[in-house]
Design a protein around this ligand. Structure first.
Ligand code: SF4
Length: 344
């Protein structure tokens, strides 16, 4: 849609379009790690992927974009754009035009908090009083077509209400592979943390099942069967909030892949582990509401600090991740008597 309708208009008006991306997960403020994909006054191609996409970042971390914040947007978009904007504007004041609609005043207010002596956020749709429907109607009047949202086909905000959910499900039905990729991301995140779920904590896979989107589910099964799998060892230390020790303050997580292989082989290893260890009373097998089998070594308790450890089979896409001091923290938590129910 962009290549057909937007790029030709930019070219006709001589607007310079700079397309940028991250080539690695962390980029510097000076722009190291940012790549210019295209810089043209006559663009013809839209680049939707760079070397390091948000999808890659999420699955490598074994997580999903969170609907409670927009950190994904800050990292995947802002971090790549800011150094380029700074270079283009060369220390001169500039306006940064954002397409927030009239129903998104709070987002605009938050964005204005990032204004500086040089940057001024501008929100024309809000100035005009245009809601999303007005913008969609205008676009339709110009190109006689609707441009769906978002470029991130797994965006948790796109599931925020029934109307936008319908749009996403229609998109998945048209292209089941896109829905399958999203379910793969959610599945991995769930395996490592059963509390994850793309729809504000609820599981997208359940909604896809409720909607009977068989094509998407078949495509997901196929995608899953093609993945190399791993047996993950997941540990968590949950610490109390300083202001209220009864509440969770923060959590540190360690994810290690203990072995890799086919899904069948990894399932067999987990089953053997369950049988052997259960005899000794050190692991507790549980089939979660999400249908995923987890073997618990430690269960979290309701008081903090507490610890948790489980073994699970999932696609071998997440990379080992833990703070360099995690093992020490873990030992300290055990020594300090961090409450945790050891499976028995
Ligand atoms: S579109 Fe959604 S998932 Fe993508 S960066 Fe923005 S908030 Fe995150």
């Amino acid at each position: 849609m962009i290549e057909e309708h937007v790029l030709p208009r930019l070219a006709a008006a001589g607007v310079r379009l700079v397309q940028v991306a991250r080539e690695r997960r962390h980029v510097t403020k000076a722009g190291d790690g940012v790549v210019i994909l295209d810089d043209s006054r006559a663009p013809t191609q839209l680049y939707t992927d760079g070397a390091c996409t948000l999808y890659d970042e999420m699955v490598e971390a074994g997580t999903i974009p969170q609907s409670g914040n927009r950190h994904c947007s800050i990292h995947a978009k802002g971090d790549a754009l800011d150094p380029v904007i700074a270079r283009l504007t060369r220390g001169q004041p500039y306006r940064h035009v954002m397409g927030f609609e009239a129903g998104e005043r709070r987002r605009a207010e938050k964005d204005a908090g990032y204004n500086t002596d040089l940057r001024t956020g501008v929100y024309p749709l809000i100035e005009w009083g245009w809601f999303r429907d007005d913008a969609v109607a205008y676009i339709d009047s110009v190109i006689q077509a609707e441009v769906g949202k978002s470029a991130c086909t797994f965006c948790p905000f796109a599931f925020a209400n029934m109307t936008s959910r319908r749009e996403v499900f229609a998109r998945y039905t048209d292209d089941p592979g896109v829905g399958a990729q999203t379910l793969l991301m959610e599945h991995l995140a769930l395996a490592l943390n059963p509390a994850q779920g793309l729809v504000g904590g609820r599981r997208l896979v359940d909604m896809i099942r409720d909607q009977k989107l068989a094509g998407v589910l078949d495509s997901f099964d196929q995608l899953l069967s093609e993945q190399m799998h791993a047996v993950y060892d997941v540990r968590r230390i949950l610490r109390p909030r300083k202001s209220d020790p009864a509440k969770l303050g923060n959590a540190a997580r360690s994810v290690r892949a203990r072995m890799r292989g086919t899904r069948e082989d990894m399932d067999a290893i987990l089953a053997r582990l369950a049988a052997e260890e259960r005899a000794q009373g050190v692991l507790e097998r549980e089939v979660g509401e999400d249908g995923i089998v987890r073997l618990y070594k430690h269960r979290r308790d309701s008081t903090f600090p507490t610890i948790e450890r489980h073994f699970v089979v999932a696609p071998a896409l997440a990379i080992a991740k833990e703070h360099t001091r995690f093992d020490q923290w873990w030992e300290d938590a055990l020594a300090a008597g961090a409450t945790a129910r050891v499976a028995a």
